[in-house]
Design a protein around this ligand. Sequence first.
Ligand SMILES: C[S@@+](CC[C@H](N)C(=O)[O-])C[C@H]1O[C@@H](n2cnc3c(N)ncnc32)[C@H](O)[C@@H]1O
Length: 276
Amino acid sequence: MDDRLNDNVWLRNETARRYKIFTEQTTMYQELSRKMLELADIQPGMRVLDLGCGTGVTTQAVLQALDGRGQVLAVDISDPMLQIARQQVWSEQVVFMQADAAELERLILEPVDRVVCNSVFWQFRHKAQVLPALHAVLADNGRLVFNVPEPYFIFKDIPRSAKVSILFKQLAAERYGVGQQDLRTMRVFLDNYQFELLSTHEFERIRPAEESYLFFQLPVATAWMEPPLDYPTRLALLEEAQQLAEPDQAVRQRWMYLVVAPKKQRPPEKRTSESR
Ligand SMILES: C[S@@+](CC[C@H](N)C(=O)[O-])C[C@H]1O[C@@H](n2cnc3c(N)ncnc32)[C@H](O)[C@@H]1O
């Protein structure tokens, strides 16, 4: 079966089952959520959208920050992931919704104060539709916080190139958010969709060898291989690598967090009789 990295891989029961095990046996998503909450400045009473909530790791952290007042709207495209989230997070303050990120306007009729989007944004294949949807649901003084790991993100400004091969990719990143972003293309991309990049924050963590092994068991983690290898073959390769590898080979992981605000929509120009 073709399971290259796309939303469909998230829709599988096996992905959700392994993801739950991963979040129980490692601290990766908890650490990433903690950093996100540090930057999101969530206050009790706020309405918070947790976009791509998965099995609810970030949802739980948001709920704690709300301290009993406010609401979490937790949206994900995957029913199996949401089923686990509903078992993990029990609160009347949380509403789980199954939807694609581009459909938010249909679901969310009152503006939200914050959007947190942990370990998801770079995976959206349709960012040019997701950003307008986010703009529509965010309050004027709202904030969006999301993160992107290396190597999907280059942690510096790369000026526009004079070479067609490079400039082509830079334009794809600026206009559609496609491919690898650097700080400059991301800023331009966000600006094109009426968002202002307020601040960026690097986050580094150490991934222990055991976490790598568990991570690569997730069907999504190796689904990008091109040409594709089927999942049992990928698992067999992983077992072999696990046997051959030296023990305790931890790796460094770098993430970039971006805090973003919607630009105020300029009111339509007033027409006077003289300007007609
Ligand atoms: C790596 S998980 C992150 C889950 C969660 N934020 C956490 O911290 O554990 C990515 C999640 O994004 C969801 N997702 C992927 N594409 C989506 C889309 N187009 N719309 C909504 N959710 C999406 C997946 O179903 C998956 O649950």
